[in-house]
Design a protein around this ligand. Structure first.
Ligand code: SAM
Ligand code: SF4
Length: 495
């Protein structure tokens, strides 16, 4: 690492922006309490579990002890009840909607050396690349103009080449792209960000660039494991700087924040409790819980031996339990499954309350516009389990009766943060969401759907419109006026 990069890295962490959030010098991760909740071995009483499920159904966040009890259930009747309730909670909060997005990797330059990541600085086999703004435009043209995505999650390493000014420039560049489509036009309307923890001033710059959700995964909430996986003298070695990234984001005015853990680094049950504790802390301190929860599983990566050696790899069955328990423990949160997982697992996840997934995914840098780049090719962080196109994924959802929503109205109408949390909990957000889901789905089908998907979509749209007529008679005439304008080629009308 050259001297300039080293001195840049040394100025990233502002200790004052950690200490101010601690309580008597301690973080909200109460290791003793979490260990005690997990060590309790008594078989949970049926009545107690059913009461906890009722709490989830009432869209109330569960405590650590309640979450730990759910993770311990082995009784087949209760497991079935948990599964049913997870789906019922998802339906109550999010109805039959599912949101799709694409990840866009913009720079894999990184000063950190996380032992599990293909982009770690000591991985000499990784070709480093930071996209130019012209290249960002080319990638966006494919995503918005050919595939039809409306939401992206942009991903960066941590390096002076991809600092906050680069992030803001790339985000603005993405929003500026507008491409003619079959009937209307393609455009990215929400850019979410997955990046290193930033200080409050940098987060304000990111906020002004118009980001949607700011995501930082804690990787592991288990402090000793965290220290063993992130070499000393790297920025990422600072557990607390990362743990309080969302506090700083909320303070900077970014009020949709996404938390996550990388499953496979430590005992999955500890990570689930860590995520629940994180959400509870945000609710307590800011009145705003996690907007989304992510639970990526560790995947093999080129020249990263740790990904094959980890003792804590999570099986498919355990992974399903993780999704189910998180849906029950944090009922209001959006839950994201990524294309690290196979189509079969993604299908199963829908029944467990997932609300978002990516599709047509490519994670090589520049891979959307460079058709010749293969998965095994260059500059890729890890291997994907699902490489299906957005059209194929939407076709499957449509067949299963789920409507794909491209709605991005929330943050453009200031329905974010506490406002959206309250609406979700009360079930009122669903009223706007249903209308916007139908409008945006119709846009996508007309602009990008294959003939087969268009055919299947007709029935689903008819059913949804009938439902709006019956359940929201006051909004129906206004909605139909918008719907007809969209059918004639107008775009981006929303409630
Ligand atoms: N550099 C930023 C950071 O570390 O926060 C953001 C980008 S990083 C590429 C995004 C996420 O990828 C990490 O937070 C980590 O959870 C995940 N990741 C890293 N290595 C992985 C692997 N081998 N398999 C699956 N996910 C991985
Ligand atoms: Fe860099 Fe993020 Fe990968 Fe760590 S996980 S090496 S910080 S890109």
């Amino acid at each position: 690492m050259d001297i300039m990069t080293k001195s840049w890295a040394q100025t990233r962490i502002n200790e004052d922006e950690i200490e101010k959030y601690l309580t008597r010098g301690k973080s909200f991760i109460d290791e003793e309490r979490m260990d005690a909740a997990l060590c309790f071995t008594k078989i949970p009483d049926k009545r107690i579990i059913l009461d906890i499920l009722q709490k989830s159904l009432d869209v109330e966040t569960l405590t650590l002890e309640e979450t730990a009890l759910l993770m311990r259930v082995t009784d087949s009747y209760l497991l079935e009840k948990m599964k049913e309730t997870a789906l019922a909670v998802k339906k109550k909060v999010y109805d039959n909607r599912i949101v799709t997005f694409a990840p866009l990797y913009l720079s894999n330059a990184c000063v950190n050396d996380c032992v599990y990541c293909g982009f770690r600085c000591s991985n000499i086999k990784t070709q480093r690349k930071t996209l130019t703004l012209d290249e960002v435009t080319e990638e966006t043209k494919v995503l918005a103009g050919q595939i039809g995505h409306k939401r992206l999650i942009v991903v960066y390493g941590e390096h002076p080449d991809n600092d906050v000014h680069y992030m803001a420039d790339t985000i603005r560049t993405i929003y500026d792209v507008r491409v003619k489509a079959r009937v209307g036009y393609g455009q990215i309307r929400r850019v979410n960000v997955n990046a290193a923890p930033l200080c409050v001033d940098d987060l304000k710059i990111l906020g002004h660039a118009g980001i949607g959700t700011y995501q930082v995964f804690q990787e592991t909430y288990h402090h000793p494991t965290y220290q063993s996986l992130h070499p000393k003298n790297t920025i990422k070695a600072n557990y607390l700087w990362r743990l309080y990234a969302m506090h700083r984001a909320l303070e900077a005015g970014i009020d949709d924040v996404g938390i996550g853990a990388l499953f496979g680094l430590y005992d999955w049950r500890y990570e689930v409790l860590g995520l629940v504790a994180h959400n509870i802390e945000l609710e307590k301190k800011f009145g705003i819980g996690a907007h989304t929860i992510s639970f990526p599983r560790l995947e093999p990566a080129e020249n990263v031996p740790f990904t094959h050696q980890s003792k804590h790899k999570v099986s498919d069955e355990e992974f399903k339990k993780i999704m189910m328990v998180l849906r029950l423990a944090v009922p209001h949160a959006g839950m994201i499954i990524t294309s690290r997982e196979t189509p079969e697992l993604k299908r199963a996840s829908i029944e467990l309350g997932i609300t978002q997934t990516d599709a047509s995914t490519k994670i090589g840098l520049g891979a959307y516009s460079d058709g010749s780049m293969t998965q095994e090719g260059r500059r890729q962080q890890f291997m994907l389990g699902d490489t299906r196109s957005l059209d194929e994924v939407i076709q499957e959802f449509t067949r299963l009766g789920h409507i794909t929503s491209f709605c991005t109205a929330g943050y453009r109408c200031n329905r974010t943060g506490k406002c959206i949390m309250d609406l979700l909990r009360s079930g009122k957000e669903g009223k706007f969401c249903k209308l916007n889901a139908v409008l945006t789905f119709r846009e996508w089908v007309d602009d990008f759907g294959s003939a087969k998907t268009q055919e299947l979509a007709k029935g689903l749209l008819e059913k949804e419109i009938n439902e709006i007529r019956n359940t929201a008679p006051n909004s129906y005439p206004h909605f139909m006026r918008y719907y007809e304008r969209i059918s004639r080629g107008e775009r981006d009308l929303y409630f």
